[in-house]
Design a protein around this ligand. Structure first.
Ligand code: FBP
Length: 572
């Protein structure tokens, strides 16, 4: 069923007011004209350079057996071609935006659109609405030049909406195939994170195995920055989101250093990995930044973390400073070994005793859950503030994950720090004042207008996806590399998704999945932060990065993230 999206009816009454309210802001109007930069190879006709056959990063035998038709394909790279290319037969493409929003999604769409139109003006682009569910339930719209124009260089996924429905069963694949055939679609592009790209690989294999003649291409998206490897240097959206958060952290630090009376506990999005927190720490130089991967590696307890923060607070108090900033990665709680164990038990209890828990009042719910936990986890559960215990006991998301964005880790830590400081004061080890403010920066960064870096990167990823489709490839992820160089020198091509896979236990079963990239404790970004940590804790060396700049000198407007620069052995 073709739909206009978003559905809305303009009323004649008050039309002038409505039209006025519909006007774009000055920045939006000027930004719409921005022409994203493309790698040299994509600026005209392309030819394909085919590399060697590939292997998966691990578990080759198992992955090969699960992907007999799409395993071992070569890495491909595009090069400029002197022959002008025009595709005689126009073709149609479908797209799905999957999972959490990330700045630049609209430019992926416009890149695909411009890419296919450059091959043949008659090619058409269809968008499935609200994520994979639009594909399964046949809800779509055609994306025309006029419609896309409204969204170029803007943030958000509202062009067609996004969703978290998992695309993983043959029934869903067959339901989707029907609409693909109806619309004469030759290729489906799935713009998503590691799970969605894993599903793209499964879908590509399924369609190939069943002779469906449909190509599937993935595009690496997530502000969390955890979909990256040797071939995918960063996922899109990370750059913009981190710059938005760094701006506001900087503003808070100015406030903090002006009033000198609060500790600001700032939780930052990033469901699992701490890349966002780490990047913001490099940008803003807070007094403390917790890194979940370090907590797990050192097998730290909640108590250890609280002690670490209290040490900083007490030492700063000796210098007369009763203020500071603490960055907390969103996923922290799941990386504390004892909490991880508790969460795993809670996952089981919530499923097994769902009926018993249904409709219970808060206190009864806590009591019943507690009665089903092992003594060790029960004790930890009981020691948590009531609101945190309840937040940990909320329903899981559709992938079975704890909804970490709903857990107020920042308040949990500050409450525990306050309690410990009181004890320290009684023992004469602390004589400062402690007052806390709490913040969570997450959703406000996911739909920001993309930075020049993300606007260029996403447009190139989309345009590149169009070239992969035209090259007849399936089961590939769009890859644009060499990102710390100028966009014209970026390398465009495709990476077989199976190459990034290994087998992991998920919900009790071994599954082929793309390896999630956590913060590497031997990597330059982490080591750089670790080398400054003590100095940042016991001094006040805040940085104030300011807002994203879209117009001006390239060193300000086009600068990639510090994480990317450091990972590429560049100086920051
Ligand atoms: P993706 O992995 O789909 O890109 O989403 C990541 C994320 O932004 C996390 O940082 C956050 O924990 C989660 O989405 C929030 O999910 P929701 O939008 O469903 O509240």
């Amino acid at each position: 069923m073709s739909l206009r999206f978003p559905a809305g009816r303009r009323r004649d009454r008050g039309k002038k007011l409505f039209d006025n309210l519909m006007k774009k802001s000055a920045l939006q109007r000027v930004r719409a004209e921005y022409q994203p930069k493309l790698p040299k190879a994509l600026q005209g006709p392309v030819k394909v350079k085919v590399g060697e056959a590939t292997e998966s990063v691990a578990d080759q035998k198992e992955i090969k057996a699960l992907f007999p038709n799409t395993y071992g394909m070569p890495v491909v790279e595009f090069e400029p071609n002197s022959k002008p290319e025009r595709v005689e037969e126009p073709f149609n493409v479908g797209i799905i935006l999957s999972g959490g929003q990330a700045p630049g999604g609209h430019n992926v769409v416009s890149g695909i659109f411009d890419g296919i139109k450059s091959l043949n003006k008659e090619c058409r682009l269809y968008g499935f609405l609200m994520g994979p569910s639009g594909f399964i339930n046949h809800q779509y719209m055609e994306l025309t030049a006029g419609y896309i124009k409204e969204y170029r260089n803007t943030g958000g996924f509202d062009i067609i909406g996004s969703g978290r429905t998992k695309l993983e069963t043959p029934d869903q694949f067959d339901a989707g195939l029907k609409v693909l055939k109806e619309l004469n679609i030759k290729a489906l592009v799935i713009i998503g994170g590691d799970d969605s790209n894993t599903n793209a690989a499964v879908l590509a294999e399924y369609y190939k195995a069943n002779g469906a003649d449909i190509q599937v291409i993935g595009v690496p998206k997530t502000i969390d920055g955890d979909l990256k490897n040797e071939w995918i240097e960063t996922s899109f959206g990370f750059d913009t989101a981190c710059k938005v958060y760094s701006e506001v952290i900087g503003n808070i630090q100015r406030d903090c250093n002006s009033a000198k009376k609060y500790y600001h506990f700032i939780k930052l999005m990033g469901r699992s990995a701490s890349h966002i927190a780490l990047e913001c720490a490099l940008e803003t130089q807070p007094n403390v930044c917790l890194i979940s991967e370090e907590v797990a590696a050192k097998r730290m307890t909640l108590d250890n973390i609280v002690s670490q923060i209290c040490y900083v607070v007490a030492e700063r108090a000796k210098l007369g400073w009763n203020f500071g900033t603490v960055l907390v990665p969103e996923g922290l709680i799941e990386f504390i070994p004892s909490m991880k164990k508790l969460i795993a038990e809670l996952n089981d209890v919530l499923v097994e005793f769902a009926e018993e828990l249904e409709g219970l009042e808060e206190l009864d719910k806590l009591r019943v859950i507690h009665s089903h936990l092992t003594p060790e986890c029960g004790e930890l559960y009981k020691s948590l503030p009531k609101n945190i215990a309840l937040q940990l006991s909320l329903d899981r998301d559709s992938h079975g994950n704890v909804q970490v964005s709903l857990i107020e880790t920042e308040s949990l830590l500050s409450e525990m720090v306050a309690k410990r400081l009181e004890e320290m004061a009684e023992e004469g080890q602390y004589s400062g004042k402690f007052a806390a403010q709490h913040h969570f920066f997450g959703y406000e960064g996911r739909c920001a207008d993309p930075t020049n870096f993300d606007a260029d990167y996403t447009y190139a990823l989309g345009y590149n996806a169009a070239m992969l489709i035209n090259s007849g490839l399936t089961g590939y992820m769009s890859s644009v590399r060499n990102l710390t160089d100028k966009p014209e020198n970026w390398i465009a091509g495709g990476i077989p998704i199976t190459m990034m896979m290994n087998m992991e236990r998920r919900h009790g079963q071994m599954k082929p999945v793309i390896q999630k990239a956590l913060v590497n404790l031997n990597g330059r970004p982490y080591l750089k932060y670790a080398s400054m940590r003590e100095t940042l804790a016991l001094n006040t060396l805040y940085q104030y990065p300011g807002p994203i700049q879209y117009f001006g000198p390239a060193e300000i407007c086009d600068r990639p993230s510090m994480t990317l620069l450091l990972e590429h052995n560049k100086e920051i």
